[in-house]
Ligand binder design. Structure first.
Ligand SMILES: [Zn+2]
Length: 184
């Protein structure tokens, strides 16, 4: 990796952290939380191949399949095409496991503002964990692209306190949240 790219990556992380702070407060009193930084289309395409290391191929694939079988209004297409949306697995000094960052956004849809995003999976934290754990981290970040915010309680992928070895597919609360997000 070139030094230039490393600096670019740092910038992306800083932007993402700002977005997360802005969107951290759930809008509803239900278990799930909604935010306005989900992807603008219900058909989400993301490069999940080019920047994904071998140990994450299976968990990424399973996370996508699980969401696509969940019966939500959204679909997630992973692949190697040069989509604007990109998933990276890399090591970062930070303590977070996964991170969803908005690259570009528009205000034309007040609830689904993201026009391109990236997902970072922190190998420094996740490499030593199980396949299910890695899948849980990836599936959580996909949930953000569908319009879900972090929550801190309940049986849900979006619960940041969940047991990632046991909750790694969309739960009822996650599905209800995606439906509510797109009903807005
Ligand atoms: Zn999150």
């Amino acid at each position: 990796m070139s030094a230039k790219r490393t600096r670019l990556q740092r910038i992306e992380v800083a932007v993402a952290a700002g977005v997360l702070v802005a969107g951290i407060v759930p809008e509803t009193a239900f278990g799930y939380g909604l935010w306005n930084y989900g992807y603008r289309s219900r058909s989400v395409c993301c490069n999940t191949v080019t920047n994904v290391s071998s140990g994450y191929v299976t968990p990424v694939s399973r996370a996508i399949t699980a969401w696509n079988r969940a019966g939500t209004p959204c679909t997630f297409t992973g692949g190697s095409a040069p989509y604007a949306n990109i998933l990276y697995t890399r090591s970062y000094a930070d303590a977070w496991r996964g991170l969803y960052g908005v690259k570009t956004m528009s205000n034309s849809d007040p609830y689904h503002r993201c026009t391109s995003f990236f997902i970072l999976i922190n190998r420094r934290i996740c490499d030593a964990q199980s396949t299910n754990y890695k899948q849980s981290v990836v599936a959580h970040e996909i949930g953000h692209s569908y319009g879900l915010a972090d929550i801190t309680v309940g049986s849900a992928l979006m619960n940041t306190n969940r047991n990632r070895n046991f909750i790694y597919t969309p739960q009822l609360d996650d599905k209800n949240g995606v439906a509510a997000s797109w009903a807005r």
